[in-house]
Every structure is written in structure tokens, then in C-alpha cells.
Design a protein around this ligand. Structure first.
Ligand code: TMP
Length: 213
């Protein structure tokens, strides 16, 4: 089973992944947590290129292919073997990030992104995707606070440096994807405090786990 979390910068994915992990642990289920970009040793190197604010001149197509390269390695080396061994895999961002950031927001042709996604995923698809929906002004404030207090790295701020309009497009992109695939996506209001966000997620997660039994 594959669970993915998506959302704008500062939407609180990491905190919710901690809640999910605690819940699965308590339920005695075997799980693994991973992320994109950077789920593998090779991916960490790709991540540092992609998120370094110094790299302001990365071409959108280069950016797209680096995310795709990270994902191929991640799926082959980690995600597919873990799923095959029966683990529940929780992934912080996955292919929907590519559709939304490189497609809707950077403006690369969506049909090209879809072709690339299907080439990379080879039929793999998340069973459930939580979109943590939030006003980008609030998300960015949270993200920059984490950067200034040191809980997020300053060397990974290339996207945080984008204009508010960029983040609004990302938010709208996720909402559009969720409207198109209501059976897979669950949009949660991430402006609430973390425990309330978790209440929304746990209700859906419980149902999804029941279905998989
Ligand atoms: P994060 O690990 O803090 O969420 O940062 C990852 C950044 O990379 C985030 O700004 C979204 C961006 N991203 C893409 O643009 N495309 C992708 O395919 C993925 C996985 C992430």
C-alpha cells in the first residue's frame, strides 16, 4: 500500500507523517516513511541540486527530468521492494508534485508530464493521497519561521523563494487534481492546529486500511 502526502510549502506534511507513523505503529502494522526528492542516497544528491537557492537558472525541463530521475531510483531501489514485502509506504510528495509544480505552475505541457509519469511509475499508483490545503501566505510564513529557527535548512529554499503567485498556482493545481480524482484524493484543511488536521486524516486512513484487509 502506498500513501502519499502533498501540499504547498509549510502545509505541515512532516507533522502529519509523524501522526500516521504513530497510528500504524500502534496498530501493529509494518510501515516505512520516505520522501521525494531525496528518498535514496543518489536522490539526496539530486535533492541538493534541486532545492539549492543558488541554482536559480535551472531550466524547467532540467528540473522536470531531475525529479523524474530521483523518482525512478526511489521506486526501483526502495518503494517497489518495500511494497512487495508487504509494507505500508508513506511518501512525503510523489508524482502529483511533478504534475502541479512542473506542469500547472512552471507550464510544461501536462500531456508530456503524464507520459513521463506513466513511464516512471510503471503502473504504480498511490492508494490514497492527502492534500494539505492551506493559504500560501500562511504556509510561507510557517516555512520561513522553520528556516529562521533552524528546523529547516536554509540550503533548501529555492522554492520558498518563489513569489506568492507561484504558490497560489501550486495550491490551485492540487485542488484541480483532487476534483478530477475524488476517489484517490482527500483534501484536508491544514490551517487548523495539527491535532485537528490529524482527526481529518485518521478518519480517511482508517477507512482505507479497512478496505485493504
Ligand atoms: P520539501 O521536501 O520541503 O517538500 O521540498 C521539496 C520541493 O520540491 C517542494 O518545493 C516541491 C518541489 N517538488 C517539485 O517541484 N516537483 C516534484 O516532483 C517534487 C517531488 C517536489
Amino acid at each position: 500500500m502506498l500513501i502519499t502526502l502533498e501540499g504547498i510549502e509549510g502545509s505541515g506534511k512532516t507533522t502529519q507523517i509523524d501522526y500516521i507513523a504513530a497510528y500504524l505503529q500502534k496498530s501493529g502494522l509494518d510501515y516505512a516513511i520516505t520522501k521525494e526528492p531525496g528518498g535514496t542516497v543518489l536522490g539526496e544528491k539530486i535533492r541538493s541540486i534541486l532545492l539549492d537557492p543558488v541554482n536559480i537558472n535551472i531550466h524547467p525541463m532540467t528540473e522536470l527530468l531531475l525529479y523524474a530521475a530521483d523518482r525512478v531510483q526511489h521506486i526501483k531501489e526502495l518503494i517497489s521492494p518495500m511494497i512487495e514485502s508487504g509494507k505500508i509506504v508513506i511518501c512525503d510528495r510523489f508524482h502529483d508534485s511533478t504534475t502541479v509544480y512542473q506542469g500547472f505552475t512552471r507550464g510544461i505541457d501536462i500531456s508530456l508530464i503524464q507520459q513521463l509519469n506513466s513511464l516512471v511509475l510503471e503502473g504504480l499508483a498511490p492508494d490514497i493521497t492527502f492534500v494539505l490545503d492551506l493559504d500560501p501566505e500562511i504556509g510561507l510564513k510557517r516555512a520561513w519561521k522553520q528556516i529562521s529557527d533552524g528546523s529547516r535548512s536554509e540550503s533548501e529554499t529555492r522554492f520558498e523563494n518563489e513569489k506568492l503567485q507561484f504558490h497560489e498556482s501550486v495550491r490551485n493545481g492540487y485542488l484541480e487534481l483532487a476534483r478530477k480524482e475524488p476517489d484517490r484524493f482527500v483534501v484536508v484543511d491544514a490551517s487548523n492546529d495539527p491535532a485537528k488536521v490529524w482527526d481529518q486524516i485518521s478518519a480517511h486512513l482508517g477507512k482505507c486500511l479497512e478496505k485493504q484487509k
